[in-house]
Design a binder for this molecule. Structure first.
Ligand SMILES: [Zn+2]
Length: 347
């Protein structure tokens, strides 16, 4: 049965009240951050794997301990995420791959020790901030006794595990097991190709369902890794500091529908939810085998469907993302041109 991991990067980077606005999401006396995510996971019997940016201990101190304890006290999996700039205070180097082996070792070693002193155990799994790992990172994780890396992201320029070990299947490097963020072909038209992660907040609902069904039907992947962030339900002021300005109800309701859809697949025994800890144990027991199956890049559907989903995704991040904004403007110009030509011939 395909193993399903729901991973939540848990982090707060800027603003007047970052831990609240990016992690807890307390708004008008209700929470829409990690506790809301755990409420939804609990309703549908899922356990999440929360990658907590432990480097933020050097920015926010014991507030990070409270975040980790909140996750552990509710029975979800707590693992390590690192955005190195919170440790080094160097905003010109946001990716781990921008640091030498020795510098990376110092950062990851200090964060692993801090994680252990705060929570009493060494994390089983790791994800680099912005997926910015390279082979040095994997080598260091191996030295520090971490078993699984979740940083690989096919066709993402920030990830420098080059060449990538696989697209979506599990693989070994230095006894580290690489568990890639599952990606799918989201756009393939007029020689323009796009690959996206299966993110609960970023995908269109029908696109999400199609991709999951495609993975199940293919029988080629053992593991699906889904993405979410602690701030996925929060509307933030992107122009300024990223302060919370409201709730993204559209995303919240969509994620709820997606979790219901996944729960039905679990009930049909087509997929099984596991955490990173659970996956490590299943690999140890040889219940999940590494490098056994073919690699596979699922697709969300036909070309027109892909085009419409890309249009919707771009519309939702219009003004926040350069490519998405250009795509919307390009389509708008196209529509105006077609309308003009039609009006010219009609009148
Ligand atoms: Zn991150």
């Amino acid at each position: 049965m395909i193993k399903l991991l729901i991973t939540i990067d848990t982090e707060a980077h800027r603003g007047k009240n970052p831990i609240n606005d990016w992690i807890f999401g307390n708004y008008k006396n209700k929470e829409y951050g990690i506790n809301k995510i755990m409420d939804l996971l609990d309703i549908f019997n899922f356990k999440g794997t929360f990658f907590l940016d432990i480097a933020e201990y050097w920015t926010y101190g014991d507030a990070i301990k409270e975040v980790g304890e909140t996750i552990l006290s509710r029975g979800h999996d707590l693992e390590m995420h690192i955005h190195p700039d919170h440790f080094t205070k160097n905003k010109n180097r946001l990716f781990l791959h921008q640091y030498s082996w020795k510098e990376q070792y110092n950062i990851i070693n200090a964060c692993t020790s801090k994680f252990k002193s705060l929570f009493g155990f060494i994390p089983v799994a790791f994800r680099a901030g912005k997926y910015g790992a390279n082979y040095d990172t994997l080598n260091i994780l191996h030295e520090l006794g971490i078993k699984l890396d979740f940083s690989a992201f096919y066709a993402n320029n920030w990830c420098k595990i080059n060449p990538l070990l696989s697209i979506n299947s599990l693989s070994y490097y230095d006894n580290i097991i690489e568990v890639p963020v599952t990606v799918f072909k989201s756009f393939d038209l007029l020689k323009v190709n796009r690959v996206d992660s299966i993110s609960l907040d970023g995908c269109n609902f029908f696109e999400f369902c199609n991709v999951i069904n495609n993975v199940i039907e293919s029988k080629k992947l053992d593991v699906i890794v889904l993405m979410l962030h602690s701030f996925s339900f929060i509307r933030r002021d992107y122009k300024y500091l990223g302060d919370m300005i409201g709730i993204n109800w559209h995303t919240l309701k969509k994620v709820q529908r997606e979790l219901k859809f996944l729960n039905e697949l679990c009930n049909k025994k087509l997929i099984e939810n596991v955490t990173a800890q659970g996956l490590a144990k299943k690999i140890e027991n040889q219940e999940v085998k590494v490098e056994e199956k073919d690699d596979y890049l699922p697709s969300s559907g036909g070309k027109i469907f892909q085009y419409l989903c890309t249009l919707e995704r771009s519309y939702l991040i219009f003004g926040k993302n350069k490519k998405a904004t250009l795509f919307i403007l390009f389509n708008l110009i196209g529509v105006i041109m077609i309308a003009t030509i039609l009006l010219f011939f009609l009148f």
